[in-house]
Design a protein around this ligand. Structure first.
Ligand code: PLP
Length: 387
C-alpha cells in the first residue's frame, strides 16, 4: 500500500540519515556508562560532551549551560517548576500565555493550587502576544515569565526578544518553549534575551524521548531529578547516550543548513496554500503571514469539519486537526479559541506542516487530495459535511 504523504512535521520528524549514522556506534558498540572512569566510559563521555557542544553551537551559548532531558515536556517542567521553587522567597507569580503547549499550561495549572498565582495572557487574532500585556502583567512578586517561541498549531513567532528585554530589566527569569522553533528559525539565546529555553529532539530530526534545556549561568532552578550527580547535579540518571548523540548531530545539521531548509520549506508551504486557495473558495489562513514558522500552514475550511477532511484524505495525506469531533460536539483547540477564530471556521481547521523531506510533487498531490475532499464534503448533505 502506498503511504500517505506526510505533512505533519510539527507532530514529529523522521530521523535524519546523518543522525542515524551518528547514533549507530552507540547502539552497536559503545555501551559504556559515561560516568565510568575506565576505558568503556571514555567514548560515551566524550560523545555526550561533543553533543553538548553541538547543541550549544546552535543556540550560541556555552556547553555548560545545556542539560539533556527526556524531551520538550521534561525541559519545560524543569524550567517552570525549577524556577518557581527556586524563586519562592521572591514571589510566586508566573506569567504565561493562552496558546502554550500543555507541557507549559499544565505545569502552571499544577502549581496554582500549591500557592502560585498564574496570569495567562491573551493573544490577538493572529496568535501573537502583545509585549505591552506582559509589561502590564508584571508585579513585584513575579518570579517567572514563560512564553513560547513559536506556536505548534498556527506557527506564530512570538516577540521573545522584546519580552526578554523587559524581563531582564525587572530581573525576572524568562523561559521560552522553543520545541517548535529550534531547527526551523534562528534561536540564539542572547538575541532572544532568554534565561531558559526548551528543545525537543524529535521536532528536529533527532529521536523522540530526548531534549535539552538551556539554563543561563546566572539562573539557578531547583534540581529536577534527584539522584547521582549527572548533568551538573540538576538531572540525575545515567545519560541516554545514543539519543543525546543523535540530538547533538541534529543540532549540528540544523546549524549548517538552517537558511537553506527554511527557504525550501517556506516555498513548499506557500505552494500548498496557493494551490488549495485557488481551487477552494471558502478558505482562510490562520496565524501571521510574516511572523510565522516557515513550515507551518494552518487553514480553515468553512462549513466542514477537520475530522471530515482528514477522514477523506487519510489514504493520501497525513496532517493534523485543529478541532476534534466527539459524538455530536466539536472541540476546538485552545489555540484557535484564544485567537477567537469564529466557530464556523475553527471547526474546519487543518494544520499542514512540511519538512526537509517534503517534495514539490508531494505538495501538488496533497493539494489535489484536499481540494477533492473539501469539494466532496461541500456537495454532501449537511449531516455528513458536519461529521
Ligand atoms: C510547543 C511544544 N512544546 C513542547 C512539546 C513537547 O515535547 P516532547 O514531545 O518532546 O515532550 C511539543 C510537542 O508537541 C511542542 O510542540
Amino acid at each position: 500500500m502506498k503511504k500517505p504523504i506526510y505533512l505533519d512535521y510539527n507532530a514529529t520528524t523522521p530521523l535524519a540519515p546523518e543522525v542515524i549514522e551518528a547514533m549507530r556506534p552507540f547502539i552497536e558498540e559503545h555501551f559504556g556508562n559515561p560516568s565510568s572512569s575506565h576505558w568503556y566510559g571514555n567514548k560515551p563521555k566524550r560523545a555526550v560532551e561533543k553533543a553538548r557542544e553541538q547543541v550549544a553551537g546552535l543556540l550560541q551559548c556555552a556547553p555548560e549551560e545545556i542539560i539533556f532531558t527526556s524531551g520538550g515536556t521534561e525541559a519545560n517542567n524543569h524550567a517552570i517548576q525549577g524556577i518557581a521553587w527556586a524563586m519562592r522567597a521572591r514571589g510566586s507569580h508566573i506569567i504565561t500565555s493562552a496558546i502554550e503547549h500543555p507541557a507549559v499550561l499544565e505545569v502552571c495549572r499544577f502549581l496554582a493550587p500549591l500557592g502560585f498565582e498564574i496570569t495567562i495572557l491573551p493573544v490577538n487574532d493572529q496568535g501573537l502576544i502583545d509585549p505591552g500585556d506582559v509589561q502590564r502583567a508584571i508585579r513585584p512578586e513575579t518570579s517567572l515569565i514563560t512564553i513560547m517561541h513559536a506556536n505548534n498549531e498556527v506557527g506564530s513567532i512570538e516577540p521573545i526578544a522584546e519580552i526578554g528585554a523587559m524581563a531582564r530589566d525587572k530581573k525576572i527569569p524568562f523561559h521560552t518553549d522553543a520545541a517548535q522553533s529550534v531547527g526551523k528559525i534562528p534561536a540564539r539565546v542572547d538575541e532572544l534575551n532568554v534565561d531558559l529555553l526548551s528543545i525537543a529532539g524529535h521536532k528536529l530530526y533527532a529521536p523522540k524521548g530526548v531534549g535539552a534545556l538551556y539554563i543561563r549561568r546566572s539562573c539557578h532552578p531547583e534540581k529536577f531529578c534527584h539522584g547521582a550527580g549527572q548533568e551538573r547535579g540538576l538531572r540525575a540518571g545515567t545519560e541516554n547516550v545514543m539519543q543525546i548523540v543523535g540530538l547533538g548531530r541534529a543540532c549540528a545539521l540544523a546549524s549548517q543548513n538552517l537558511a537553506r531548509h527554511r527557504t525550501k520549506m517556506q516555498m513548499l508551504r506557500d505552494r500548498l496554500f496557493t494551490a488549495i486557495s485557488s481551487q477552494v473558495p471558502e478558505v482562510r489562513r490562520n496565524g501571521p503571514i510574516e511572523k510565522v514558522l516557515p513550515n507551518t500552514l494552518s487553514i480553515s475550511f468553512k462549513g466542514v469539519t477537520a475530522d471530515g477532511i482528514l477522514d477523506q484524505i487519510a489514504d493520501e495525506v497525513a496532517a493534523s486537526a485543529g478541532a476534534a469531533c466527539h459524538s455530536d460536539t466539536v472541540e476546538i483547540s485552545h489555540v484557535l479559541q484564544a485567537m477567537h477564530i469564529p466557530d464556523e471556521w475553527a471547526k474546519g481547521t487543518v494544520r499542514f506542516s512540511v519538512g526537509r523531506m517534503t517534495t514539490e510533487d508531494q505538495i501538488d498531490q496533497a493539494a489535489a487530495a484536499v481540494i477533492t475532499a473539501v469539494n466532496k464534503l461541500w456537495d454532501e448533505p449537511g449531516p455528513i459535511a458536519r461529521k
